[in-house]
Write a protein that binds this ligand. Structure first.
Ligand code: URA
Length: 206
């Protein structure tokens, strides 16, 4: 006999997956990081924002996008009228990768193997949430979502399909706005990112 519910039986909840991820040893990054920084938000979210990996502050607090890039991101979301509490915010890689310089922990880019290993968690987040759109914030997120290297500046502002068929909106990482040296250029970069977020808002159906 066919039980239609049976195909849902094995689906875990987001909280259960979050708990499993705390013990993740799928790559070596867990060895030096403080903790797994899993995504944050409800499974009703219509948009999933995907960053690269937690930074220093996120690693300590255990929450995504709470450092300087996160504050910039929050301010722009508010400006364009996206309520972060109604979104899901996560990272392609869930442990902080860094190099020690003296006492400072300097961000180090995750490699293709680490991105692939961590896709295990991102897949489950997307499957459980089923968003209208996933937003790739920068090259690492785009690579994780699309399954191969993506030319972010060429595809910026456009939709590409994820490996699982979720529409992926490509844009830059908010931390890139903080690194623009000239003030006028920085304002322009911020405005372009805000324009992208307005497009994302229009893609959210609910
Ligand atoms: N940068 C990211 O990509 N993710 C964070 O959570 C913080 C900074």
């Amino acid at each position: 006999m066919d039980f239609p519910e049976s195909k849902h039986v094995k689906l875990k909840t987001l909280d259960a997956v979050r708990e499993d991820a705390q013990d993740c040893t799928r790559c070596d990054l867990y060895k030096n990081a403080t903790q797994t920084v899993f995504g944050e938000g409800g499974n009703q979210a219509r948009v999933v924002f995907v960053g690269e990996q937690p930074g220093d502050k996120e690693d300590v607090e255990g929450r995504p996008f709470v450092g300087p890039a996160g504050r910039m991101f929050d301010a722009i979301l508010e400006e364009v009228g996206i309520d972060r509490k109604k979104t899901y915010v996560t990272n392609a890689v869930k442990h902080f990768k860094f190099e020690l310089r003296g006492k400072r922990r300097i961000h180090s880019k995750p490699n293709a193997g680490e991105i692939r290993a961590c896709r295990w968690w991102l897949d489950q987040e997307l499957t459980l949430i089923q968003p209208d759109v996933a937003v790739a914030l920068g090259a690492t997120a785009a690579r994780a979502l699309v399954g191969k290297a993506v030319p972010v500046m060429t595809l910026r502002g456009t939709i590409t399909e994820s490996a699982e068929g979720v529409p992926v909106f490509i844009t830059v990482h908010p931390s890139s706005l903080l690194r623009v040296p000239d003030e006028m250029d920085r304002r322009r970069a911020r405005e372009l990112f805000a324009e992208d977020m307005r497009k994302v808002k229009a893609l959210m159906k609910g």
